[in-house]
Design a protein around this ligand. Sequence first.
Ligand SMILES: [Zn+2]
Length: 437
Amino acid sequence: MTVDDLQSHIEDILDVLSEDSDKEVSREELEKELRKFLEYGVPIEQAKQTLIKKFGGSVAFPSSTSERTLISDLQPNESSVNLLCRVITINPKEITVKGESRKIFYGILGDESGTIPFTAWKDFEIEKGDVMEVSNAYTREWQGMVQLNFGDRVKIEKTDEEKLPESAYEPKEFKIKDLRSGLGTVEVTARILDLNEREAEVSGETKKVFSGIIGDETGKAQFTSWHDFDLKKGDVVRISGGYIKSWKGIPQLTFDEKAVVKKLDAGKLSKEEVQTRKMPLHLLVEKRGALDVEVEGTVIEIRDGSGLIMRCPECNRVLQNDECKIHGKAKGKPDLRIKLVVDDGTGSVNGIISREITEKLLGKALEECKKIVEKSKDENVLVDEMNNMLFARRINMQGNALGDEFGTTVIVKNAQLVDVNIKEESARLSQELEGLQ
Ligand SMILES: [Zn+2]
């Protein structure tokens, strides 16, 4: 839970107490108590009510009405909402709370107005496709999206599918750049850029699964199809009825036999139109990740772990003092890499540049680099050279960007220095200005 989120809960409690309690309690005290509850894995709503009672308030949390809310009308931080919805996807997840492992569930719910990601903090025995009446669920905001939560107070009743016919919600059209985790029933028109086939076990049956990369004029995404639509690399297709999950910020369109896939004239979206998209860094950081993206910025740091490194011959992990975390002492395979931080003035990302591109940037092959390090007996000699070559220079990088708790990292597939000749640039600008006058 973020600091802001915690403060908003404390605000809620103080609100209630200020109205109907004459006991004095400080914000600090409440925060300490609330944190303690949360540490023990007590659901937030229950913790709030307990604290309100403890400090003399009556549990007059917003009285639950039985009125149904449409998913598209849900706002963040609603403490009690009622829905009629369908389970579009549901997946289990193991989390550890205070050293104890606990099974929760997450997925997407939909109604005729839209879809929403949800988390169920215990097993309510709901399955994909179930239509249910939900009361006393609560909402939160997470990464700019409203999220629905099933806590301890929630009541879930499965109901007749007819109450919410599947035809009630029409797919909505999206460009790939706008796809984000939690969207359901989307419609995407894209070119299939890469396609793989594998077999997977689904409830005891072996099934063919198709996955790969799709792209449109705004970006690229991964996809998985659980049904054989006879897709071919190079096809331009309209896929209606998929939903979006994401991995490290990279969107993934998933669809099955319920989706409608229509092949279009390949000229509708030519290969040239589906290009690598250049993105300002703040946008990439906001999205956390992206598939095959181009970024440009100034190198502001060459990080530890750059230079000549030794890898374990068995697992390829980087050795520390000739030792692999898994395989112990090992005679390492030499490799080169650059870890750097790039900033474009709007945001910054990490980059990892592998051997081939490092050789290109340095103008030196691995063998030569090895000799330089051996000769100088100084491990930092290569890193110094990388600094001379790259620090404060403008670099253009292409690759997949992955987001995690440490930020966004571009796994660089291609990179080149961009020469910004300031004199030439200013001459060009002043010429343009003259032309305007
Ligand atoms: Zn190893």
